[in-house]
Ligand binder design. Structure first.
Ligand code: DQA
Length: 147
């Protein structure tokens, strides 16, 4: 089994980006944490970040068509991207949406997710821990043999 962790725009700045909201943990820290979890679970991990919507679309296709689970923090594209939603639906990817911050405690434009309806579930507000919880949920889901 494989899990592809896909990070969207501005998440490369994690650690110095609005630390009051996102904390000081970097994306590299999160990757290190998940690499350990993947090793322990015997799962192959791909960990990627892009600021480009189309690249994220292609990565979702790659994961979904290969049967890998997708843990996705789509950043601001969460709230705007029909293309990412269609990529998840169209490739049949088993996906979990994750956000570091509690988007429901923030501006109203962050309260709508266009991708949540095609995801298995959504985790938000738990910081880097949410990535770990989402990863574990995907591993359990893939282990059940469901797509
Ligand atoms: C985010 C929340 C989004 O609203 C925002 O645009 C981000 C990060 C989060 O992880 O909390 O870029 O996805």
């Amino acid at each position: 089994n494989a899990v592809h962790v896909l990070n969207g725009p501005n998440l490369n700045l994690l650690g110095r980006r609005e630390p009051g909201i996102y904390g000081t943990t970097t994306l590299a820290d999160i990757e290190t944490m998940l690499a350990g979890a993947a090793r322990a679970a015997g799962v192959t991990l791909a960990f990627r970040q892009s600021n480009h919507e189309g690249e994220l679309v292609s990565w979702i296709h790659e994961a979904g068509l290969s049967g890998a689970g997708v843990l996705i923090n789509a950043g601001a594209y969460t709230h705007t991207s029909i293309a990412l939603r269609d990529a998840i639906a169209g490739s049949g990817a088993a996906a979990v949406e994750v956000h570091l911050s509690n988007v429901y405690a923030r501006e109203s434009f962050r309260h709508t997710s266009l991708i949540a309806p095609v995801c298995i579930g959504v985790i938000c507000g738990l910081g880097a821990t949410g990535y770990r919880l989402g990863f574990d949920a995907l591993v359990a889901h893939l282990g059940r043999g469901t797509p």
